[in-house]
Design a protein around this ligand. Sequence first.
Ligand code: ATP
Ligand code: MN
Length: 535
Amino acid sequence: MAIIGQKNPNSNLENIGIKNTLAQYWNITPEELIEETIKRGQGVLNDTGALAVDTGEFTGRSPKDKFIVCDSITKDSVDWGSAFNQPIDPSVFESMYAKVTAHFAGKDVFVRDCVACADDSYKLNVRVVTEAPWASMFAGNMFLRPTREEIKTFDHDWLVIQAPSFMGSGAEDGIRQHNFTILDFTHRVVLIGGSAYTGEIKKGIFGVLNFVLPHDHKVLSMHCSANVGKDGDTALFFGLSGTGKTTLSADPNRPLIGDDEHGWDDTSVFNFEGGCYAKCIDLSAEREPDIFRAIRHGAILENIEFLPGTRTVDYASKAKTENTRVSYPIDFIDNALKVSRGGEPKNIFFLTYDAFGVLPPISKLTVSQAMYFFLSGFTSKVAGTEMGVTEPQTTFSACFGAAFLPLHPTKYAELLGQKLNDKTYINVWLLNTGYVGGSYGTGKRMSLPHTRALITAVLSGGMDGVAYENHPIFGLAMPKSCEGVPSEILNPVNTWADKNAYTAKAKDLAHQFNKNFEKYASHASEEIRSAAPVI
Ligand code: ATP
Ligand code: MN
C-alpha cells in the first residue's frame, strides 16, 4: 500500500477501521486531484480550466435519507418532531460503519484534512475520506484549508466518510433505500453511502455545527451569506435555496465573508466554510461577473453540459439537472476577506422567492415581524419541470433552513431574538427575489439589477429618510421610493393588472402563513404572534 501526499505521521486509516486499501492519497494538491480525476475518466476540463464532473444518480441532496443517531447526546436535545431529523438506532450506525469502512478494502482512497469555522473558539478539524479524487477536491474547495505545517499535527474532531459506490440494502440495513447520510454525535462521524452528490458532505457538517454551536456554546448558527462594507458594517442574507444568498452577497463593493453558512457570537460573524457553492443555471458574465470569473482552474463544475463540439459550458442546459453547481475556494471571488470574519451585523436581509408575486420587492420589518418571518421561513418554487403544472408550491422552512437544523426552530429564534432586542440599531429587511407583476405565469421574476439596487440603497443609508406605507394584509413597511428602482414596483398591487386578483392572492398567501404558524402558537410570545398577517 502506497501512501502519497502529506499527513500527520501519527494519523492512519487503520485506526478508523479502514484497512487493506490500495493507494492512499493524503492531502494531495488540487493539480494532482485533477490529474487523478481525468486519469480515471471521472472528469474533463472546460475551456476556462475548471474541472467538470458528473455526480451520477444524485444531483441534489436526499433529505429523506438523512438520519441522526439517537444517542445519549441527541436523545433529549434533537427536535425529533421535524421531518428532517429522522432518528436511527446506534446499532444501525455501527453496522453501516463496519460495512462502509470494509468497502474501502482493495480501493484507492483520498483523505483530506479540513477545518470548519473561521473562529478559533469554535473551529472543528474535519477529516474527509472519499473514494473519488474530485470529492476530495470538493472538500478542499469548500472547507477551510489548514497549512502544510498544520497538517503535520492535524488530528480530527469529526470524520466524514463518503462511499458513493457502497449501496445500502434499505430496510434490511435499517435505512430507507440504497443511499444514506448518517450523523453520529457520539462517534463524531458523518457517514455517507450510495450518493456521490457533494452537497451531502458540505451540509452534513453544517448539520453538525447547527447542533454544536447553539447547544454547546449558545452561538447562533445561520443558513445565510454575509459581506461587509467599508465601515465594517456586516450584512447578512438569509434565504432558502435559490433565493439569492450566493448571488447577492457577491458584491464588488463589499468584501465577501461567505455565501452560505455562518455563526454569530457576542461580537462577530464568522464563516463555517472556506469556499462557495454557486448555482450555474443561466449564469452569465453580465449578470453575475464575480461568480463567472471564479469558474477557472481549481473550480469544480457539477452536472453541466457543453455546447456541442466544444468545451464551453452551456449554462442554459438542464439536461442533467436544474441544480448545476460550481464549487471554488472563497479567494476566487476577487474581494473576499482574507479571514472570513466580520463585526456585528447592521442589516439583515431575509430573501424570499415569492412565486405568487404578493410580497413587496423590499420591506422593513419590526422585531416582531422579523421573528415571525424567521420562524415561518417562507419561500416558494415553481413546479416547473412537470408539464402543465404552473401553480407555485409554497415552502415554509423554519429559520430559512429547517432541513439542516437538529434543534427545535425556537432555539435559533431565541438566539436571534435576543440580539435584535439588545441591539436596536440592527435593521431587518424582507426582499422578494421571486415574482412581481403577477404570480408565476403572468408576472415576471424580479429584476436582479433592481434587487441589487434595493440592497445598495439600504446599505448606503438611502432608505433611512424615505416615506413608507404599510401593506394592508401583511403589515410590512414598504418604501415609497428608492434610487435606481421605479417607484411603481415598490407596492406590489400597483404592478398587477387586476387589483382584485392581487388582493385575493395576498389573502390566500396570508392564510397559508397563518396555518403554518399554528405549530408555533404555544412557543411564540403574544408580541410575535401579533406580527401575523391580518385577513
Ligand atoms: P443555495 O442555498 O441553493 O446555494 P442561494 O440562496 O445561494 O441557493 P443563488 O445561488 O444565489 O441562491 O441563486 C439565485 C438564482 O436566482 C441565481 O441563478 C440568480 O441569477 C437568479 N436570480 C434572478 N433574479 C434574481 C433576483 N432578483 N435576486 C436574486 N437572484 C436572482
Ligand atoms: Mn448558495
